[in-house]
Design a protein around this ligand. Structure first.
Ligand SMILES: [Zn+2]
Ligand SMILES: [Zn+2]
Length: 240
Protein backbone atom coordinates (compact mmCIF):
# COMPACT_ATOMS: atom_id res chain seq x y z
CA UNK A 1 0.00 0.00 0.00
CA UNK A 2 2.69 2.47 1.07
CA UNK A 3 4.73 1.68 -2.03
CA UNK A 4 1.62 2.25 -4.17
CA UNK A 5 1.13 5.66 -2.54
CA UNK A 6 4.80 6.56 -3.03
CA UNK A 7 4.59 5.48 -6.67
CA UNK A 8 1.63 7.78 -7.15
CA UNK A 9 3.57 10.66 -5.61
CA UNK A 10 6.65 10.12 -7.76
CA UNK A 11 4.90 8.98 -10.92
CA UNK A 12 1.55 10.76 -10.78
CA UNK A 13 0.64 10.04 -14.42
CA UNK A 14 1.56 6.37 -14.40
CA UNK A 15 -0.73 3.57 -13.35
CA UNK A 16 -0.24 -0.13 -12.85
CA UNK A 17 -1.21 -2.18 -15.90
CA UNK A 18 -4.18 -4.36 -14.89
CA UNK A 19 -2.60 -7.36 -16.62
CA UNK A 20 1.12 -7.24 -15.73
CA UNK A 21 1.24 -4.49 -13.04
CA UNK A 22 4.01 -2.59 -14.86
CA UNK A 23 3.57 1.14 -14.72
CA UNK A 24 1.88 2.31 -17.88
CA UNK A 25 0.58 5.48 -19.37
CA UNK A 26 -1.20 3.70 -22.15
CA UNK A 27 -4.86 3.68 -22.61
CA UNK A 28 -7.44 4.97 -20.21
CA UNK A 29 -6.23 6.15 -16.89
CA UNK A 30 -9.54 6.24 -15.09
CA UNK A 31 -9.63 4.92 -11.55
CA UNK A 32 -5.85 4.63 -11.41
CA UNK A 33 -5.68 1.86 -13.97
CA UNK A 34 -4.24 1.21 -17.41
CA UNK A 35 -3.28 -1.49 -19.88
CA UNK A 36 0.26 -1.25 -21.18
CA UNK A 37 1.28 -1.48 -24.84
CA UNK A 38 3.21 -4.69 -24.22
CA UNK A 39 0.08 -6.43 -22.96
CA UNK A 40 -2.13 -5.06 -25.73
CA UNK A 41 0.36 -6.55 -28.23
CA UNK A 42 -0.17 -10.02 -26.73
CA UNK A 43 -3.97 -9.95 -27.22
CA UNK A 44 -4.74 -12.43 -29.97
CA UNK A 45 -6.98 -10.91 -32.66
CA UNK A 46 -9.80 -12.94 -34.15
CA UNK A 47 -8.53 -12.95 -37.73
CA UNK A 48 -7.27 -15.44 -40.32
CA UNK A 49 -9.70 -18.34 -40.91
CA UNK A 50 -13.02 -17.43 -39.32
CA UNK A 51 -16.35 -19.25 -39.15
CA UNK A 52 -18.41 -17.80 -41.99
CA UNK A 53 -21.41 -17.51 -39.67
CA UNK A 54 -20.29 -16.57 -36.14
CA UNK A 55 -16.81 -15.22 -36.89
CA UNK A 56 -14.87 -17.33 -34.40
CA UNK A 57 -11.44 -18.68 -35.36
CA UNK A 58 -11.62 -22.02 -37.17
CA UNK A 59 -9.02 -24.40 -38.63
CA UNK A 60 -9.68 -23.90 -42.33
CA UNK A 61 -10.95 -21.46 -44.90
CA UNK A 62 -14.67 -21.10 -45.80
CA UNK A 63 -15.97 -23.33 -43.05
CA UNK A 64 -18.44 -23.28 -40.22
CA UNK A 65 -17.41 -23.88 -36.61
CA UNK A 66 -18.80 -26.93 -34.78
CA UNK A 67 -21.58 -24.89 -33.13
CA UNK A 68 -22.75 -23.29 -36.38
CA UNK A 69 -22.60 -26.62 -38.23
CA UNK A 70 -24.89 -28.17 -35.59
CA UNK A 71 -27.31 -25.30 -35.01
CA UNK A 72 -29.44 -23.12 -37.22
CA UNK A 73 -28.77 -19.86 -35.43
CA UNK A 74 -31.29 -17.05 -35.88
CA UNK A 75 -28.67 -14.34 -36.21
CA UNK A 76 -27.34 -13.49 -39.65
CA UNK A 77 -23.66 -13.24 -38.80
CA UNK A 78 -21.40 -12.38 -35.89
CA UNK A 79 -17.90 -11.03 -35.40
CA UNK A 80 -15.50 -10.47 -32.54
CA UNK A 81 -12.26 -8.60 -31.96
CA UNK A 82 -10.18 -10.94 -29.81
CA UNK A 83 -9.81 -14.66 -29.26
CA UNK A 84 -10.72 -15.45 -25.65
CA UNK A 85 -7.27 -16.74 -24.69
CA UNK A 86 -4.26 -15.55 -22.71
CA UNK A 87 -4.14 -12.17 -21.01
CA UNK A 88 -7.23 -10.76 -22.74
CA UNK A 89 -9.17 -13.01 -20.35
CA UNK A 90 -7.95 -10.83 -17.47
CA UNK A 91 -9.38 -7.81 -19.24
CA UNK A 92 -12.79 -9.48 -19.72
CA UNK A 93 -12.78 -10.66 -16.13
CA UNK A 94 -12.05 -7.16 -14.79
CA UNK A 95 -14.73 -5.70 -17.04
CA UNK A 96 -17.23 -8.25 -15.77
CA UNK A 97 -16.54 -8.54 -12.08
CA UNK A 98 -14.31 -5.76 -10.80
CA UNK A 99 -16.22 -2.67 -11.83
CA UNK A 100 -13.48 -1.68 -14.27
CA UNK A 101 -15.98 0.11 -16.46
CA UNK A 102 -13.32 2.13 -18.28
CA UNK A 103 -12.31 -1.13 -19.94
CA UNK A 104 -15.57 -1.03 -21.90
CA UNK A 105 -14.24 2.10 -23.51
CA UNK A 106 -10.97 0.36 -24.45
CA UNK A 107 -12.70 -2.72 -25.89
CA UNK A 108 -15.43 -0.76 -27.64
CA UNK A 109 -12.85 1.29 -29.55
CA UNK A 110 -11.63 -1.93 -31.19
CA UNK A 111 -15.16 -3.28 -31.66
CA UNK A 112 -16.22 -0.07 -33.40
CA UNK A 113 -13.26 -0.27 -35.79
CA UNK A 114 -14.21 -3.87 -36.58
CA UNK A 115 -17.86 -2.93 -37.14
CA UNK A 116 -16.85 -0.32 -39.71
CA UNK A 117 -15.21 -3.06 -41.80
CA UNK A 118 -18.25 -5.38 -41.85
CA UNK A 119 -20.73 -3.50 -44.05
CA UNK A 120 -23.73 -4.60 -41.99
CA UNK A 121 -25.49 -1.21 -42.02
CA UNK A 122 -27.42 -1.72 -38.81
CA UNK A 123 -30.27 0.61 -37.87
CA UNK A 124 -29.65 0.40 -34.16
CA UNK A 125 -27.57 -1.27 -31.50
CA UNK A 126 -28.77 -3.27 -28.53
CA UNK A 127 -27.10 -5.67 -26.07
CA UNK A 128 -27.52 -9.04 -24.39
CA UNK A 129 -29.63 -8.19 -21.34
CA UNK A 130 -28.87 -9.15 -17.77
CA UNK A 131 -31.50 -10.16 -15.23
CA UNK A 132 -32.54 -6.97 -13.41
CA UNK A 133 -31.76 -8.10 -9.85
CA UNK A 134 -28.36 -9.33 -10.97
CA UNK A 135 -27.61 -6.07 -12.74
CA UNK A 136 -28.60 -4.12 -9.64
CA UNK A 137 -26.23 -6.24 -7.55
CA UNK A 138 -23.34 -5.76 -9.98
CA UNK A 139 -24.15 -2.13 -10.66
CA UNK A 140 -23.94 -2.43 -14.44
CA UNK A 141 -24.27 -4.78 -17.38
CA UNK A 142 -20.92 -5.03 -19.16
CA UNK A 143 -22.63 -5.78 -22.50
CA UNK A 144 -24.59 -2.54 -22.17
CA UNK A 145 -21.41 -0.59 -21.37
CA UNK A 146 -19.79 -2.00 -24.51
CA UNK A 147 -22.90 -1.27 -26.58
CA UNK A 148 -23.18 2.34 -25.39
CA UNK A 149 -19.53 2.94 -26.19
CA UNK A 150 -19.83 1.35 -29.65
CA UNK A 151 -22.94 3.49 -30.24
CA UNK A 152 -21.06 6.62 -29.31
CA UNK A 153 -18.13 5.74 -31.60
CA UNK A 154 -20.23 4.75 -34.62
CA UNK A 155 -23.05 7.29 -34.23
CA UNK A 156 -25.66 4.49 -34.29
CA UNK A 157 -28.41 4.73 -31.68
CA UNK A 158 -28.37 2.26 -28.77
CA UNK A 159 -31.75 1.04 -27.48
CA UNK A 160 -32.27 -1.27 -24.48
CA UNK A 161 -34.69 -3.36 -26.55
CA UNK A 162 -34.28 -6.70 -24.76
CA UNK A 163 -35.14 -8.04 -21.30
CA UNK A 164 -34.04 -11.16 -19.50
CA UNK A 165 -37.15 -12.66 -17.97
CA UNK A 166 -35.53 -15.53 -16.09
CA UNK A 167 -32.68 -15.46 -13.62
CA UNK A 168 -30.69 -18.08 -15.49
CA UNK A 169 -27.65 -19.95 -14.15
CA UNK A 170 -24.44 -18.18 -15.25
CA UNK A 171 -23.47 -19.74 -18.59
CA UNK A 172 -19.88 -20.26 -17.42
CA UNK A 173 -21.07 -23.00 -15.02
CA UNK A 174 -22.69 -25.03 -17.77
CA UNK A 175 -21.66 -27.32 -20.59
CA UNK A 176 -22.69 -26.67 -24.17
CA UNK A 177 -26.01 -28.54 -24.13
CA UNK A 178 -26.96 -26.98 -20.80
CA UNK A 179 -26.08 -23.52 -22.08
CA UNK A 180 -28.47 -23.89 -24.99
CA UNK A 181 -31.32 -25.14 -22.78
CA UNK A 182 -30.65 -22.66 -19.98
CA UNK A 183 -31.46 -19.64 -22.11
CA UNK A 184 -34.44 -20.94 -24.06
CA UNK A 185 -37.21 -18.38 -23.74
CA UNK A 186 -35.23 -16.32 -21.23
CA UNK A 187 -34.92 -13.22 -23.43
CA UNK A 188 -37.82 -11.07 -24.66
CA UNK A 189 -38.29 -7.82 -26.50
CA UNK A 190 -39.27 -5.06 -24.07
CA UNK A 191 -42.87 -3.79 -24.59
CA UNK A 192 -41.54 -0.26 -24.83
CA UNK A 193 -39.46 -1.02 -27.92
CA UNK A 194 -41.73 -3.50 -29.73
CA UNK A 195 -42.79 -0.91 -32.30
CA UNK A 196 -39.18 -0.03 -33.18
CA UNK A 197 -38.10 -3.50 -34.31
CA UNK A 198 -40.04 -4.14 -37.51
CA UNK A 199 -37.91 -4.43 -40.67
CA UNK A 200 -34.87 -3.19 -38.81
CA UNK A 201 -31.30 -4.47 -39.03
CA UNK A 202 -30.14 -4.79 -35.46
CA UNK A 203 -26.67 -5.17 -33.96
CA UNK A 204 -26.52 -7.08 -30.65
CA UNK A 205 -23.44 -6.54 -28.48
CA UNK A 206 -21.97 -8.97 -25.96
CA UNK A 207 -18.66 -9.49 -24.20
CA UNK A 208 -17.89 -13.12 -25.18
CA UNK A 209 -19.21 -15.43 -27.85
CA UNK A 210 -18.96 -18.93 -26.41
CA UNK A 211 -21.62 -21.28 -27.81
CA UNK A 212 -23.56 -18.53 -29.60
CA UNK A 213 -26.68 -19.31 -27.56
CA UNK A 214 -27.06 -15.86 -25.90
CA UNK A 215 -26.83 -14.15 -29.25
CA UNK A 216 -29.20 -16.71 -30.76
CA UNK A 217 -31.84 -16.10 -28.06
CA UNK A 218 -31.61 -12.34 -28.63
CA UNK A 219 -31.93 -12.85 -32.39
CA UNK A 220 -34.94 -15.17 -31.97
CA UNK A 221 -36.73 -12.57 -29.84
CA UNK A 222 -35.94 -9.72 -32.24
CA UNK A 223 -36.86 -11.66 -35.38
CA UNK A 224 -40.05 -12.78 -33.64
CA UNK A 225 -40.85 -9.09 -33.20
CA UNK A 226 -40.29 -8.42 -36.92
CA UNK A 227 -36.59 -7.54 -37.22
CA UNK A 228 -35.23 -7.99 -40.75
CA UNK A 229 -31.76 -9.18 -39.72
CA UNK A 230 -29.82 -9.51 -36.49
CA UNK A 231 -26.04 -9.33 -36.27
CA UNK A 232 -23.75 -9.90 -33.32
CA UNK A 233 -20.56 -8.15 -32.28
CA UNK A 234 -18.53 -9.37 -29.31
CA UNK A 235 -15.34 -8.29 -27.65
CA UNK A 236 -14.03 -11.89 -27.68
CA UNK A 237 -14.90 -15.29 -29.04
CA UNK A 238 -13.81 -18.76 -28.03
CA UNK A 239 -12.04 -20.40 -30.97
CA UNK A 240 -13.40 -23.62 -32.47
ZN1 LIG B 1 0.88 -4.81 -19.04
ZN1 LIG C 1 -19.60 -20.40 -36.03
Amino acid sequence: MISEILKRIFYPDDFGCIVCSRRARTYKEHSGAAICDECIKTFLKADGFLCTKCGRKVGSEDSLCKMCAKNDFAFEKAASVYVYEGSVRTVVHKLKYSGEEWLANFAAAEMSKKYETLGWNCDFITFVPMYRAKERARGYNQAELLARNVAENTGIECLPALLRTKNTTPQSYLDTAERMANLTGAIKVSEEYKNKIENKRILVIDDILTTGSSLNECAKALIGAGAEKVYGLCMCSVSD
